[in-house]
Design a protein around this ligand. Structure first.
Ligand SMILES: [Mg+2]
Length: 126
């Protein structure tokens, strides 16, 4: 069974990069792509992904607010891991992402199959 991934980013070029990285990572598959935080909340509920790759800077609600809403909506359902991806520096956004409930933060420039597999492993280790 693959780990099912929802990609959230308002920029098509980065969604393409994210999709490629996910497809190149063993055991992961893309189940959806959305452009806004609002749509991510709906899709997380409808598609029940295992992992959400969440941009920070989105039109409408921010990726951090969307993260809070997604995690609030799954309390009694299947757990979901949110990883925040941004062009911003990890120093600035890492703590804010974790405060919003995200399992981690990855700089977009560092995003790769290895980084994804490593972030998933650390998010799901007990
Ligand atoms: Mg963006």
């Amino acid at each position: 069974m693959s780990i099912r991934v929802l990609i959230v980013d308002d920029q098509a070029p980065f969604r393409d990069v994210a999709r490629t990285v996910v497809e190149l990572t063993d055991g992961f598959e893309v189940v959806g792509e959305v452009e806004t935080g609002e749509d991510s909340v709906t899709s997380a509920r409808d598609l029940r992904p295992d992992l959400v790759l969440m941009d920070v800077n989105l039109p409408g609600i921010s990726g951090l607010d969307a993260t809070r809403q997604i995690l609030a909506g799954v309390e009694n359902a299947k757990p979901v891991v949110v990883l925040v991806l941004s062009t911003y520096e990890a120093d600035e956004y890492g703590p804010r992402a974790v405060e919003a409930g995200a399992a981690g933060f990855i700089s977009k420039s560092d995003f790769s199959p290895d980084r994804l597999a490593e972030a998933w492993a650390s998010a799901t280790s007990v």
